[in-house]
Design a protein around this ligand. Sequence first.
Ligand SMILES: *Cc1c(COP(=O)(O)O)cnc(C)c1O
Length: 396
Amino acid sequence: MNKVIYLDNAATTKPAPEVVEAMLPYYTEHYGNPSAIYSIAAECKEAVNSSRDTIARVLGAKSNEIYFTAGGTESDNWALKAAYEAYSSKGNHIITTKIEHHAILHTCDYLESKGCEVTYLDVDEYGVVDLEQLKAAIRPETILISIMFGNNEIGTIEPIKEIGRIAHENGIVFHTDAVQAFGQVPINVDEMNIDMLSASGHKLNGPKGIGFLYIRKGLKLRSFIHGGAQERKRRAGTENVPGIVGLGKAVERADRTMKERTAREAELRDYLIKRVTEEIPFTRLNGHPENRLPNNANFCFRFIEGESMLIMLDMKGICGSSGSACTSGSLDPSHVLLAIGLPHEIAHGSLRLTLSEETTRDEIDFVVDNLKEIIAKLRSMSPLYEDYIAKHPEEA
Ligand SMILES: *Cc1c(COP(=O)(O)O)cnc(C)c1O
């Protein structure tokens, strides 16, 4: 095998051929500006609206509650910053969690510099938010609860419906970053008490640089980008028509294939988890054992440095990801792994493998076989491991 085995689908996914095919005409003959009145423009406008309708239908929302953005990060920024402004007369307190994506956490940092107070909820060893702690954190001045649907590192799915219910019982707006979950688990904004939801095209076999924010009708959020009248004046700028068309197709496809695709992925994921945890010593599974995204597996290997493992996997053509942020010049391990209570030295040896619908059992076998060798090799060079084994010879 010398092809690439791509197991980093939480970072981005391969655009589906039908998505690319749907987009192409909007780079060539259908180049009109949707705001113009001649017919080549009207076709573009229709395509944009048809994508909006598709997304609304899949979420159980109304079309005029879907706002296109440049991706998950923009949607998260919009939701938090605009809610903070819009509800400033009510209060300045936001509740989120310690395991959010940086698009949420760094936006919260920014808002704190503007006078916002943020509560970062703990999670348990599996990464699940404690609903009692959430209730206790609510204050009269709480204006927003923002809690992610599915975690991008460890895959844990949060009790979104219950969180939404608690928010609504207290008259608080509820936003969820569903960038990982949308397209992988069924979502209905009414049934789940969601007021705002962020999603992104490139995490569901769609194009990069396009996403949307669902905003429940009646929320008094202001514009995020000022300019023309696009997106009902809330997010100005000429629409990314090819991107929007691709996103609509990706959402339609994800919805159509969800049941079969995710069942198959979950089965292979469980096979991967079983083999890795049974065949590689000193290994733990991170994230919730059952309640997790169907394509996510995340492990910590003791006495291993994540970065070295990734480099050796790459030499075998295997793409994975590690929570440790050594590449960015920082030695801090993943904030998510620390939040579930792992000590630094264990959090450093993490590996996230996220499957796609194209992943095969042979690929999983190839990955596990190589991983076993790589870990044995790295441990054989590790003084910490040598030390440990010298003291616990029965575990060697
Ligand atoms: C990828 C991701 C984002 C950012 O989305 P982009 O479209 O890449 O900006 C936000 N939140 C989560 C949970 C993600 O996985």
